[in-house]
Design a protein around this ligand. Structure first.
Ligand SMILES: [Zn+2]
Length: 126
């Protein structure tokens, strides 16, 4: 083997090592991403579940706060026929959002509700 071939062989070994390192790095990052995702989803299910339990608009597994026209059923997969007994709207024209911990976790209405429900005579801590 002449020196040129040896050099190429050495270079290839080095490149393979570098490639292996990069692959390991990617794999490590992916593992961290998966863990982060699991953590986010766990928080969503926990806080979403808490919100769902406490929300006065959560009725019979549906959200009574949002009233959607039937057209939404084709476009939004979680829009389903009204099952809310207390709902006075004609069932033929509307539907509601199916509740899940995820939809509840992202619902802004819950926050608004908390602010609204604060007693007005509460003393400022400042
Ligand atoms: Zn309804």
């Amino acid at each position: 083997m002449d020196t040129k071939t040896k050099d190429v062989g050495f270079q290839m070994t080095t490149e393979i090592k570098q490639l292996q390192r990069r692959l390991d790095e990617i794999e490590r990052q992916k593992n961290e991403e998966v863990l982060t995702l699991v953590e986010i989803l766990a928080n969503i299910s926990f806080f979403g579940g808490t919100k769902k339990v406490q929300c006065k608009h959560a009725k019979n597994g549906q959200c009574s706060f949002f009233f959607l026209l039937n057209e939404a059923k084709g476009k939004i997969p979680v829009a389903t026929n009204c099952r809310i007994k207390e709902c006075g709207e004609p069932a033929s024209i509307h539907c509601h959002l199916e509740l899940s911990n995820i939809t509840c976790s992202f619902c802004e209405n819950y926050k608004g509700q908390q602010v609204k429900s604060k007693p007005t005579n509460i003393k400022s801590t400042r």
